[in-house]
Ligand binder design. Structure first.
Ligand code: 13P
Length: 255
């Protein structure tokens, strides 16, 4: 099975939650619960928590990610944080193109592509988010939307650089709603993403790319989702803020 060609990655997206002190406490709670994980474990935390999280995970198998980055290395961009700055302090991953950035903060397919370029150039691993709104699903254009988002974001990304990219399929209607995609729905779109990758880079390369699912994934539904052929991990919001729940998802991905 091709699934064995790729590493499962479970990543928490803490969103705008946790002060540095709370972040340290949560990491310390998660650490012992995931230490024997047979998958990659990532916590993506607010900028202000990065230093604390890096320090707290130094002696562990947990990797730290940011939730966004700007593409220029430095300059007059008030309020922004560059990919290079993140790399400099030891951050390994960055989420790019999350639907909340697209919906509330004006991210477009084009700026997502620029951020992806900047992150790769800085040596970060990218968790690239794609996914449709409910209206788009109802119109029957989910696959078109996700294909387009994927192609624009990967414009100019080489097959070699693709090794540093994880794609997260996150249907917007499933985020924070408790309304999870069915395993079949998630598998269908994850498979379509892998098909786009195969068109762009060839099947052998596409088979090695980790494609996650995200959207109301929790301790109860993770195993069934992760058992799908093209679902290689999860991007977890709410459940990543509860150590036992996050650990249960890591456990499900380790099987
Ligand atoms: P929830 O798991 O809270 O639905 O959030 C998913 C998400 O947006 C992860 O990036």
């Amino acid at each position: 099975m091709n699934k064995t060609l790729r590493r499962a990655v479970i990543a928490g997206n803490w969103k705008m939650n946790k002060t540095p002190a709370e972040a340290e406490a949560l990491i310390n709670e998660i650490k012992p619960l995931v230490k024997n994980a047979d998958c990659d474990v990532v916590c993506c935390v607010p900028y202000i928590d990065l230093q604390t999280a890096l320090e707290a995970t130094k002696d562990s198998n947990i990797k730290i990610g940011a939730e966004n980055c700007y593409w220029a290395e430095s300059g007059a961009f008030t309020g922004e944080i560059s990919a290079k700055m993140l790399k400099t302090i030891g951050v390994e991953y960055v989420i790019i193109g999350h639907s909340e950035r697209r919906t509330f903060f004006g991210d477009t397919d084009e700026t997502v592509a620029k951020r992806t370029r900047g992150a790769l150039d800085a040596g970060l691993k990218v968790i690239l988010c794609v996914g449709e709104y409910l209206e788009q699903r109802d119109l029957g254009i989910t696959i078109e939307v996700v294909r387009m988002q994927t192609k624009i974001a990967l414009n100019g990304v080489s097959a070699d650089e693709l090794k540093n990219i994880i794609i997260a399929y996150e249907p917007v209607w499933a985020i924070g709603t408790g309304r999870v995609a069915t395993p079949d729905q998630a598998q269908e779109v994850n498979h379509a993403i892998r098909e786009v990758l195969a068109e762009l880079y060839g099947k052998d390369v596409a088979d090695t790319v980790t494609v996650q699912y995200g959207g109301s994934m929790n301790a109860g539904n993770a195993a069934e989702l992760l058992a799908q052929e093209d679902i290689d991990g999860g991007l977890i919001g709410g459940a990543s803020l509860k150590a036992p729940d996050f650990a249960a998802i890591v456990e499900a991905a380790s099987k």
